[in-house]
Design a binder for this molecule. Structure first.
Ligand SMILES: Nc1ncnc2c1ncn2[C@@H]1O[C@H](COP(=O)(O)OP(=O)(O)OP(=O)(O)O)[C@@H](O)[C@H]1O
Length: 371
């Protein structure tokens, strides 16, 4: 009898052990499958699936930034009311907001279904989130709520440089508007324009000089914001990339805006280097001094040419003073300085990337010339 009971107990124990082992195996395999599924989604999945994978990865960049709740952002923007809109970027609307702690901020709400928008969110967190410089806009916080991604920046009072150059801003009281306003470009004197371009040069030299350089990849007038003192703040890091391999100084994708793209992109080379930023900076130098749009053709002696071709030709013909924006007062303008300025812009826009100076060299060239 005792032997029978012992046999039953042994059999029961064996059964329990086998069951436990089976449960363990099922759990372990399920976990591996789930992880594998997540990896596959990262490579090939649909937009929604990609978004959920990104949500897993994002956490690495969140810590140093303030996480702001959607409820607070709704309060701060009157539920993202249209009267709070101050800008309309490629990936979403920008709102002016007042946080509960009294801080005025700019809130960029990315399009919820645009995968590009999520890439932008990630790029800004990875690059801008790590930068601290007086000429680079500060990313203060973020919000992740279901499929919504929101970025919160310091508010830069006078809006973008392009609004000022194109006469779409009125900002004397620091209250910028998205809609067209009275023309204010006349208030951007030559000295103010020089201050702005030097600020952009400082910000770029800082980014390029980091041990893991950051390429902005979309330097243009609408991505330069102006504060109350007309100090420049580089913004919109949605296309920016950090170069992790410091030997190559290359990112594998090219990107940017027509008119500011370096010639090597048109040759189909899928690379972006710091020298691509230098080229776009050179175009910006022409834009800010001439008030012209780089994507529109210019007419020189009856012939239509690209803005950069027009500008470089006029410099070669020593006609720099003709290029200065008619809205700039010529009183007190020193011709030698204007010539020096345009020759730096020509260096930056050299066809051959190797001939373009580094941003730190550009800064050296600019500093003594404009004080
Ligand atoms: N921190 C900020 N402070 C004040 N205004 C801002 C701020 N960030 C953006 N804006 C306003 O919102 C506009 C849109 O900005 P955003 O960076 O989304 O797009 P963009 O650079 O104009 O266009 P794209 O995304 O196509 O390059 C800016 O031109 C500017 O007027």
């Amino acid at each position: 009898m005792n032997r029978n009971i012992q046999a039953i107990i042994a059999a029961a124990a064996g059964f329990i052990c086998a069951s436990l082992f089976f449960v363990f195996l099922t759990f372990a395999c399920g976990r591996r499958k789930r992880n594998r599924g997540r990896e596959l989604r990262l490579q090939t999945g649909s937009t929604l699936e990609k978004l959920s994978s990104i949500a897993v990865d994002e956490s690495a960049f969140f810590d140093p930034k303030l996480r702001i709740s959607m409820a607070e952002l709704r309060m701060a923007t009157e539920n993202f009311h249209f009267r709070r809109i101050i800008g309309n970027g490629g990936f979403g609307l920008v709102f002016k907001a007042h946080l509960a702690n009294g801080l005025t901020v700019a809130v960029k709400k990315l399009e919820p279904d645009a995968f590009q928008g999520f890439r932008e969110f990630r790029a800004e967190m990875e690059t801008l989130g790590k930068l601290q410089h007086p000429n680079i806009v500060k990313l203060l916080g973020y919000c992740v709520s279901n499929s919504d991604r929101v970025l919160v920046y310091e508010f830069i009072e006078r809006g973008s440089l392009s609004q000022w150059l194109n006469g779409t801003s009125s900002s004397e009281n620091g209250d910028i508007s998205w809609s067209r306003h009275s023309v204010e470009r006349f208030s951007l004197s030559w000295d103010t324009r020089m201050k702005i371009i030097k600020g952009v040069a400082r910000g770029l030299a800082y980014m390029h000089g980091l041990s893991m350089p950051i390429i902005h990849r979309d330097i243009k007038a609408s991505n330069v914001l102006l504060d109350a003192d007309f100090e420049a703040h580089i913004a919109d890091f949605g296309l920016a990339r950090m170069i992790k391999d410091s030997r190559s100084h290359v990112s594998t994708e090219s990107a940017g805006t027509m008119g500011y793209l370096p010639p090597e992109y048109k040759e189909g080379r899928r690379v972006a280097t710091v020298k691509a930023d230098v080229y776009s900076f050179g175009i910006l130098m022409f834009v800010i001094a001439t008030g012209q749009k780089p994507n529109l053709p210019m007419v020189d002696r009856g012939k239509e040419v690209r803005m950069v071709v027009w500008a470089r030709k006029l410099v070669a013909e020593n006609r720099q003073m003709e290029m200065v924006d008619p809205a700039v007062s010529k009183d007190g303008l020193v011709e030698a300085r204007v010539n020096e300025y345009f020759s730096i812009a020509c260096m930056c826009t050299s066809e051959d990337a190797k001939e373009r100076p580094s941003m730190s060299r550009v800064l050296e060239l600019l500093e003594p010339t404009f004080g």
